[in-house]
Design a binder for this molecule. Sequence first.
Ligand SMILES: [Zn+2]
Length: 198
Amino acid sequence: MYKFLFLLLISSIVFAQEDTLIVPLKSIDSTIVQDVKYATANNFTKQVLYPSAKVFLRKVAAEHLAQANEFLKKNHNVRIKIFDGFRPLFVQKIMWQILPDDRYVADPAKGSRHNRGAAVDVTLIDADGNELDMGTPYDDFTERASFASKDVSEKAYINRKLLRETMIQFGFDPMETEWWHFDFKDWKKFGILDTGIN
Ligand SMILES: [Zn+2]
């Protein structure tokens, strides 16, 4: 009996560690296109914030994103392009200095779900790799970036809806003010990290 409980304890610890690992997204799904604007100066800070352009995520979040991508490929002939995943806390601080508005940038005092490796910024691309019309570009900090904005075309709204409904179906919670941002549902399980894993 004790032996069984001990084994149960050990296996749950191993599982927990496995579950919270931060992994390169590419090792889980190499068909998700990565376009990390923060690894270039082409972002709202106009600075290169990441030394490399690889996306990292908690393993379980990456696996759910891969499932969403699979579903989209199979049923809609589109796939996911990702702009950002794990973001070290020091980068959050730089962003907050530039745009201290918590509608668009999380206050580093609280931390972003990106700092936990449990949030993604994503869009959809067609079979030729072209981004679908979402009404605004990524990191457009205006009211038009709100999911429910009436100020975008019908087509853009339909595309936003496909992205949002698919992400919800595979375990991500949407954000109202940014059509591209989704939190993995279990984000609370993961702590904030400040390591420059990139
Ligand atoms: Zn985000």
